[in-house]
Write a protein that binds this ligand. Sequence first.
Ligand code: ATP
Ligand code: MG
Length: 441
Amino acid sequence: MEIYWETRIIRGFSDLEYRGNFRTMKIKSVRGTHDLLPEATQLWQEIEAAARHNFGLYGYAELRTPIFEETELFARSIGAATDIVQKEMYTFADSKGKTFSLRPEGTASVVRAFIEHGLHHDGGIHRLYYIGPMFRHERPQKGRYRQFHQIGVEVLGSDHPALEAEVIEMLHRFFEHLEVEGLELLVNSVGCTNCRPAYIQLLREQLNTQASDWCSQCRQRAETNPLRVLDCKTPDCQPLIEKLPTIEEHLCEECRRHFSRFRNYLDLQQVPYRVDPRLVRGLDYYVRTTFEMVSDRLGPTQNAVVGGGRYDGLVEILGGPATRGFGFALGIERLVTVMGERPNKSQSVAPDLFLGFLDDASFEECIQLASHLRGEGIHAYLDFQGRSLKAQMRLANRLGSRFTCVVGEEEMTSGRFPLKRMEDGHLVTVTREEISVQVKS
Ligand code: ATP
Ligand code: MG
């Protein structure tokens, strides 16, 4: 596989390009993708740790799946008529002509793995989460990228509305942990295979009577996926959407009851929400409960930080036994935007101890000492750029090291080391073994 790609990439350049531009050309990151530099990864790690911690409290375990799958998996689960499958997937063929796609979302892969590994055999409830990159060929703009990252949760094996409310309460706790404010929870029911078809037919009829008023995409959606019209972002369509019938009045008795129980459980958990009868999800597999969490700190057309809902038919669509499912996906980039600038909580880059040396022999001693101290859990630092001792001490100051220790011939023979606390200049002389005790105290 590796060799195959290498040759393909090189063959893509003409001989001239290869000899000329290729070597000097500056290569930049691909449009719609981003590097996360160390000052940003700290917050990302905090977010991921908060997810792992809080989801763990509810019994969720992590699942990691490959970032590419057979295209068929996404076409079948997300739906052939959706924007994602029609225009947003990164699809490629391998040397045997098999077609693969970079995953545009996580649920399809989770369900594939759930079936493939027979997780359903124990008949219990499976609580899973994932964290990782997703890929969609969208027009890059603020909050919309081609590689972005999601934290997702799936719970398989139950259709209890209290479980839905619990998942949302868990999200609530996660946001509280991260001190995220200003998110609004929107909920709706999109009905089920019993009641939705009649509503969709009604929508289609209405859309067709005034077809010329709608944007071209909506005219197309009227045929392929009328529900998605409710999700149209074109300004001209908004007043028209307002006039469309809502699904609320068309829910069957069971869906109505499910939705009302779900809201009762939210109340019980004291989770505030607003019913948005026009909230639909872009993916075909959703039934009944759907929800989004939105923020006005994001752009008007990409204000959702979290989207989720129930997908009871999906496991069957992918060849597994009838299994209920509920879940959500959260966009990490959008969450980071909502969180805004945060003061750095931990100074993880500042060393605990800066080891200064005078010559080659004491440099070697410092290398060994640093290794020993790291084994004790201490962040030890030494210079590798041939600085004079004076310059080493300036560096120690600049890095904000808590302690310094200068090692010379005398220290090496006596086995006693001068440890200076930088904050107040306090100096103690300790043995090699006592260094870590002092630094930790
Ligand atoms: P939107 O309506 O904003 O396009 P969506 O319905 O396509 O969202 P989902 O498939 O439900 O989004 O994905 C869940 C979350 O993932 C979104 O709420 C958002 O936070 C994030 N997300 C989706 N697409 C992108 C993207 N292209 N770039 C960055 N984040 C994204
Ligand atoms: Mg989208």
